[in-house]
Ligand binder design. Structure first.
Ligand code: SAM
Length: 611
């Protein structure tokens, strides 16, 4: 059936060819009416009157390609799109698959995955059926599209509340983490989903797939291209694998490669190999489009290798890239045959051309270890080996390059180094603590010794104090004895004094002076006679006393008694007594003798009535 041509003037097919050759996007296999509608939008936006002008515009302004692809590639999608079909997948298809696979690996492929909702819906269904641990261990989901922007979004795995809405609440809780105003798919499960650029029209299929989900993408292609892609899908699936198409996509009757499991839900099963051969034989187009068996086997074999591998021919063109390399570095079938220097892989993750030259010159592999490669959100580490490739005759035919992902080992290595460093730090800290303890111990020992010395000194001081105390006690006792004695003496003295006083009192007026003529005693008779008390006279010089007696006249007799050892004297003097009466006073001077010497003079006075 010929499709109606677009209405705009100009060569539409020439425009598509130009886009294919310039950018590798082959839209020639897309249904023309809808494709033209979308391209026309761009013509309108850029005010291009026809396809030729628009083509010229693309040549001048390469940024327009981005706008064009964004307009053609419709990324409309959602989680669990067409819910009833997903229910069937969950309730019938997946349980059947799990029974058939026992404990084997499960490989799923979401083609035309757009921004990844379909791939993560598959993750959730599988994780619910298997449990999270088994899911992580057994499941791999390839999520592919031609649209790099959409893939970038998918790798980020973060969705707005509006996008997440179709996910039931309990699954949202379980499989997404809230980040501000968005929801991020669980990081540990995200790793099972591998995003990669894959063009359904140009690139060879991924092989050994258990469940292939291609929804709402085939419908953009012409029936011829659809048959070709379906043939690839048939090849991609394992014998008992399933194909899950979109609501408005039906298989063309001619293929016979699939049989419906549930036509309404668009679930199909692969027709097994024997039938496949027959179908291929009947379907000429499919046969024509299928590459030779050896090449298919070789490509399929290379594709299951988990290490990324590319081969460069002697002219420096990309000759081969296995699935892992295509997925990892965004290569596609259309890159085959292109000079390596035109491809990003020639300088990222590592500069390859000089290494290829080196491998050629040395005829020996060149190895690079731990090459850091920033992929999507994380940095991965690759061991890269560039090996010269020789033909059977030993002729150099090109170079083979392997990229082995060693991120896991490197992480382990870093963890090991950190653990070692921690252990070393802990050891050093322990050593420091032991040294500190030793120092502290030594200090304690020194302090202890000091304390012991101090203790000994205290002990000695204590003993000294004890001794002194005892000495004081004995002195005290002595003093007490002396005190007692003194008391005794004092009492005796008092008695003697009393006795002397009594003697003195019983005498008439008596006065005692010392050798310096100072009054030592003054008895009551003297007070009666002269009117002065003992308090007023004792200690005074006798010659200075103002009494009724002319004391100066006694000076010589006093000196005489004092000087003349043991002599006595009697003097009579006229005097006036205390009453003012003139009296004759008889004064007898006797020496005061002690131990044979004269210490003073005793003056005894009696009045005789004046004549
Ligand atoms: C409408 S979306 C479908 C998304 C998802 N499968 C779904 O059903 O919700 C179609 C997707 O197919 C992609 N696509 C278009 N041509 C393609 C091609 N040749 N190879 C791979 N993907 C293609 C587009 O980029 C777009 O993301």
């Amino acid at each position: 059936m010929t499709e109606p041509l677009p209405e705009r003037p100009g060569d539409f097919d020439a425009l598509l060819t130009y886009v294919r050759d310039a950018r590798g996007f082959d839209f020639t296999g897309y249904k023309k009416p809808s494709l033209a509608r979308r391209i026309d939008k761009r013509l309108q936006a850029r005010r291009a009157p026809g396809y030729d002008e628009y083509r010229a515009l693309l040549e001048q302004d390469p940024d327009e390609f981005v706008e064009l692809f964004n307009t053609i590639l419709i990324n409309v999608t959602s989680f669990f799109r067409d819910e009833f079909a997903w229910d069937y997948l969950r309730e019938v298809v997946v349980p059947r698959l799990l029974v058939a696979r026992d404990d084997e690996q499960l490989r799923l492929w979401s083609t035309g995955c757009a921004t990844g909702e379909e791939a993560f819906s598959l993750s959730i269904v599988l994780a619910e059926a298997l449990g999270v641990d088994d899911f992580k261990r057994r499941v791999k989901i390839y999520a592919t599209d031609v649209d790099d922007d959409a893939l970038r979004f998918g790798r980020h795995a973060t969705y707005s509340p509006k996008q997440i809405k179709p996910v039931p609440e309990e699954l949202r809780e379980k499989y997404f983490a809230r980040e501000d105003h968005s929801f991020a798919f669980r990081g540990d499960l995200r790793r099972a989903v591998i995003f990669g650029r894959h063009d359904l029209i140009q690139d060879p299929p991924i092989s050994r797939i258990d469940l292939l989900v291609s929804r709402n993408t085939l419908m953009y292609f012409t029936p011829e291209v659809q048959s070709r892609v379906l043939a690839n899908f048939h090849f991609a699936l394992r014998e008992d694998g399933y194909l899950f198409l979109g609501k408005s996509e039906a298989l063309t009757a001619k293929t016979n490669l699939f049989k419906p499991v549930d036509l309404k839900r668009r679930v199909f099963a692969k027709v097994p190999q024997r039938a496949e051969r027959k179908a291929f034989a009947r379907d000429e187009r499919a046969t024509l489009l299928t590459p030779p068996v050896e090449a298919v086997v070789r490509d399929a074999g290379l594709d299951v290798v988990s290490v990324a591998f590319i081969a460069i021919d002697r002219e420096g063109n990309l000759a081969l890239a296995n699935l892992q390399a295509r997925m990892q570095f965004g290569l596609s079938q259309r890159d085959l045959g292109r000079p390596i220097q035109d491809l990003e892989i020639s300088f990222r993750p590592v500069e390859l051309r000089s290494r290829i030259e080196q491998a050629y010159m040395e005829r020996h592999p060149v190895s690079l270890r731990d090459v850091a490669w920033r992929a999507a959100e994380e940095t991965r580490y690759l061991d890269v080996q560039v090996s010269p490739l020789n033909s059977g005759t030993g002729e150099l035919v090109g170079a083979g390059i392997t990229f082995t992902d060693v991120t896991r080992y490197r992480r382990l290595q870093i963890a090991l180094q950190e653990a070692r460093r921690d252990a070393e730090t802990a050891g050093e800290e322990l050593q420091a603590t032991v040294e500190e303890l030793e120092t502290t111990n030594e200090e304690l020992q020194a302090t202890n010794e000091e304390l012991e010395t101090t203790n000994e000194e205290l002990q000695a001081t204590n003993e000294e104090l004890e001794t002194m105390n005892e000495e004081l006690e004995s002195t005290n006792e002595e003093l007490e004895t002396m005190n007692d004695e003194l008391h005794q003496r004092s009492m005796e003295l008092n008695n003697t004094n009393d006795f002397l006083e009594a003697i003195l009192a019983s005498l008439p007026a008596a006065i005692v002076v010392d050798r310096a003529l100072r009054v030592q005693a003054w008895n009551a008779g003297a007070r009666e006679l002269w009117g002065l008390t003992a308090e007023e006279t004792v200690g005074q010089h006798f010659m200075n006393l103002d009494i009724g007696l002319p004391v100066d006249k006694l000076h010589a007799p006093l000196r005489g008694v004092l000087g003349d050892h043991g002599s006595r004297d009697i003097v009579r003097l006229d005097a006036t007594n205390r009453r003012g009466r003139a009296v004759t006073t008889r004064v007898e001077l006797a020496p005061l003798q002690a131990d044979g010497s004269t210490d003073g003079v005793i003056l005894m006075m009696e009045t005789e009535d004046a004549q």
